[in-house]
Design a protein around this ligand. Structure first.
Ligand code: ARG
Length: 267
């Protein structure tokens, strides 16, 4: 019996010694411990009129912004190719339902209502809504001063829902625009008195229109932004795993600084 065991040992040792020399392994993917999407192209819908989340850089005509960098960083980890498709806000959700897009990255708030129809990634940013006014505005000091004012919002957003509760007569005082860009133009043209908008986007428009706009009061909601997927998408788990890595390795914070602290167009 002993002999037999020794024999087995020796055979095992010889087998180990005869292994071919290890071939040099190729450099691992940045996200080697994460799922590999094998170069898959992802159609990503985005309403690209929303600085600093996603907007067209007038110098290069390219779509840039926080969300764009975010999906690029995620795809570096997961080995996918992001293809941003500029889409009207409401078309984003219709397209996701019909599975025309793999996901949407567009500063989208995670809401209970949207969760009925779509899947969301974990939150990648928490922020509040604010009241954006012209720089010389003196009557409006915060949300409670909007009861008798004309307020602009982008249609179909959480900001529209909020603004409805702040004005006395929605039919008369709420002006809905297809994009926030148009709502801000209406504000500058004095067609509306204020715009209710996510605070990072308010800062984005202030940066784009130096000296012309300001925030009245403090952020007064708390919302989480997520990437939005068709229900049942196989991408949610890999994206969450990649997001976790980007949170832990400081990338998210770097992008936050780049777009929400240092973003000053034209410099
Ligand atoms: N966070 C708000 C919402 O989800 C507004 C987002 C608007 N995004 C955009 N790209 N226009 O309803």
């Amino acid at each position: 019996m002993r002999r037999l065991l020794w024999g087995i040992w020796i055979v095992a040792l010889l087998a180990a010694a005869c292994q071919p020399a290890a071939t040099p392994t190729p450099a691992p993917r940045a996200g080697a411990q994460l799922p590999d999407l094998k170069g898959r192209e992802l159609k990503i819908a985005s309403d690209t009129t929303y600085p600093p989340f996603e907007f067209v850089d007038p110098k290069t005509n390219e779509v840039v912004g926080f969300d764009v960098d975010l999906v690029n960083e995620i795809c570096k980890l997961l080995n996918c190719k992001p293809k941003i498709i500029s889409t009207a806000w409401e078309g984003i959700f219709a397209g996701l339902e019909q599975k025309q897009f793999d996901l949407a990255a567009s500063g989208i708030t995670i809401t209970e209502e949207r969760k009925q129809k779509f899947d969301f990634s974990d939150s990648y940013l928490r922020y509040g809504q604010v009241v954006l006014v012209r720089a010389d505005e003196e009557r409006i000091k915060g949300k409670d001063d909007l009861k008798d004012k004309i307020v602009g919002v982008q249609i179909g957003t959480t900001n529209e829902e909020t603004a409805k509760t702040l004005v006395a007569n929605e039919a008369k005082q709420l002006k809905r625009y297809d994009t926030f860009d148009l709502a801000v133009r209406a504000l500058l043209a004095k067609d509306v008195d204020a715009v209710v908008i996510d605070s990072p986007a308010a800062d984005g428009f202030i940066a784009q229109n130096p000296g012309q706009l300001k925030i009245a009061g403090q952020p007064f909601t708390s919302e989480d932004l997520g990437l939005c997927f068709p229900k049942g998408s196989d991408l949610v788990a890999p994206f969450n795993a990649a997001l976790k890595v980007l949170k832990e390795n400081g990338t998210l914070e770097r992008l936050y600084k780049k777009w929400f602290v240092e973003f000053k167009p034209g410099q």
